[in-house]
Design a protein around this ligand. Structure first.
Ligand SMILES: [Zn+2]
Length: 67
């Protein structure tokens, strides 16, 4: 199956990552969202990687284009 980029966040992917709250490696639900940094410009949307711990529900957001 080929994935199509329609702008709609794809279904979350489950992956094992370290969780600071849990203090151990837990299963996280990872999604990618496009978020506008500047409300005045709808063209400056940046992809963010949102990782939510399935144990404590802590959400970690990482800007993907961080340089
Ligand atoms: Zn956790």
């Amino acid at each position: 199956m080929s994935s199509t980029e329609s702008g709609i966040p794809a279904a979350s992917t489950e992956t094992a990552e370290d969780c600071e709250e849990c203090g151990r490696e837990t299963v996280h639900a990872v999604t990618v969202e496009l978020r506008a940094e500047n409300p005045d410009s709808t063209f400056s949307r940046e992809p963010y990687r949102v990782s939510e711990c399935t144990v404590c529900e802590t959400e970690t957001t990482t800007r993907m284009n961080d340089v």
